[in-house]
Design a protein around this ligand. Structure first.
Ligand SMILES: Cc1cc2nc3c(=O)[nH]c(=O)nc-3n(C[C@H](O)[C@H](O)[C@H](O)COP(=O)(O)OP(=O)(O)OC[C@H]3O[C@@H](n4cnc5c(N)ncnc54)[C@H](O)[C@@H]3O)c2cc1C
Length: 397
């Protein structure tokens, strides 16, 4: 088989890139290791920045998102037993975020892809990338016991943190930066109305909690837990009890509990690969970087990588220019490091770390108190949370 762009990985990055390239008249084949149902079963991100919303529109798949997504103009911060609101809209001159689950976004992209008859190979085994340091790279895989080969001009590594693309880059050409946090997030999804119309980020003496949501009838809650905890050890009752202990009186009163429809523990990590381009192979999304979910940046960063990669590939074919692909890593990494910094900072501010001294939580409370009472402190949180502009800092370079 021959195509212009072979996309490895059919998660949000791969699907969005495929759809945007299709709109630009560029052929792409997606090769995905697991089944489509498996991809849709993964409960992950839920907050879209404006840039991701715009890209879904550009890809022509935004209709359901605009109908069902919930626009949020603020978030709440709970610490020292009191809630404080961060008015995102007012503090950023009208910017908001949208609650729309990654599962729904993925479903919209999958349906559009299948409606347009675009090729996706699911359950491809032993996927390998070859000769990406030349102008004739190719991808191989096995399916139904047969070996297959896709010749292409470019390989897009959209295959997540554990994928094959980053692992295939020569070790001498890659530098990886990593911080693993000494706790995880236990997430619970339930068909219950959210405890609050906006998200609540909680710093409590018992650890961090997040009251999030997927719709007006579906809630997503998270608890900071030790990495040694096993999800099977957490009954629904134990989860709700612990969440109540981390909330304020109003939260305890308003919380509607119910049976979980999904529960999982995710480890937290900050991770960046430099560069993101290896000849004719590019890394996008979680293949190149991971953020702790505290700042809700993972999916949004993936979407901006995809935008930059799409623009560079279009420039290559339409203008016969390699300037965009030459600049891909630099352009993405500026934005990635800013989001990494915010996510790391917000994680440090909101979580209890093992062996923290009593003074650390006092420092956290004092910093939160300062931020909530300072216009510039509030602005700092708000502008990072809604996502810095794509050209942020460009005028200074
Ligand atoms: C529990 C959890 C909660 C999260 N919460 C948030 C949040 O609130 N907000 C936020 O913005 N982000 C969040 N994230 C991060 C967000 O989900 C990711 O950033 C996003 O999924 C990245 O998309 P991606 O397509 O780059 O990678 P992935 O979603 O990981 O997709 C990669 C795809 O590649 C496939 N693949 C892997 N290896 C191969 C191979 N060898 N060959 C072919 N295919 C392969 C995988 O099966 C997968 O389908 C969360 C992540 C997790 C795990």
């Amino acid at each position: 088989m021959r195509t212009q762009v072979a996309i490895v990985g059919g998660g949000p990055s791969g699907l969005l890139l495929g759809q945007l390239l299709h709109k630009a008249g560029i052929d792409a084949v997606i090769v995905e290791r697991v089944s489509g149902d498996y991809v849709l079963g993964r409960i992950r991100a839920g907050i879209l920045e404006q840039v991701s919303i715009d890209l879904m529109d550009e890809a022509g798949v935004g209709a359901r998102m605009h109908k069902e997504g919930l626009v949020h103009e603020g978030i709440e911060m709970l610490f020292g037993g009191e809630r404080h609101r961060v008015d995102l809209n007012k503090l950023t001159g009208g910017k908001n975020v949208m609650v729309y689950g990654q599962t729904e976004l993925t479903r919209d992209l999958m349906e559009a892809r299948s409606a347009a008859g675009l090729p996706t190979v699911y359950e491809a085994q032993n996927v390998r990338v070859h000769e990406f340091d030349s102008t004739h790279p190719y991808v191989t895989y096995e399916k139904n016991g047969k070996s297959e080969r896709i010749d292409c001009d470019f390989i897009a590594g959209c295959d997540g943190f554990h994928g094959v693309c980053r692992a295939s880059a020569p070790r001498s050409a890659i530098k990886e930066y990593e911080k693993v946090y000494p706790f995880g997030w236990l997430g619970l999804l339930a068909d219950t109305p959210p405890v609050n119309h906006e998200l609540i980020y909680v710093n409590s003496p018992r650890g961090f909690a997040l009251c999030s949501q997927r719709s007006a009838t579906r809630s997503r809650y998270y608890l900071q837990v030790p990495l040694t905890d096993k999800v099977e050890e957490w009954t629904d009752d134990a989860f709700w009890q612990e969440l109540k202990l981390r909330l304020d009186d109003k939260g305890r009163r308003d919380l509607v509990t119910g049976p979980s429809i999904e529960k999982s523990i995710a480890p937290l990590r900050s991770f960046v690969t430099e560069p993101l381009r290896f000849g004719r192979m590019f890394l996008a999304g979680d293949a190149g970087h991971i953020v702790p979910p505290t700042g809700a940046k993972g999916l949004n960063l993936a979407a901006t990588d995809v935008k930059f990669l799409h623009d560079a590939i279009v420039e290559f074919y339409k203008d016969k220019s390699e300037a965009g692909i030459d600049d891909y890593s630099r352009k993405c990494l500026g934005r990635i490091w800013r989001a990494e910094r915010f996510s790391w900072w917000f994680t440090q501010l909101m979580h209890r770390f093992p062996h923290d001294e009593a003074i650390t939580s006092k420092f956290q409370n004092a910093e939160l108190d300062y931020l909530m009472n300072s216009e510039s402190g509030l602005k700092t949180i708000a502008e990072n949370y809604v996502g810095l502009p794509l050209d942020f800092g460009a005028s200074k370079r």
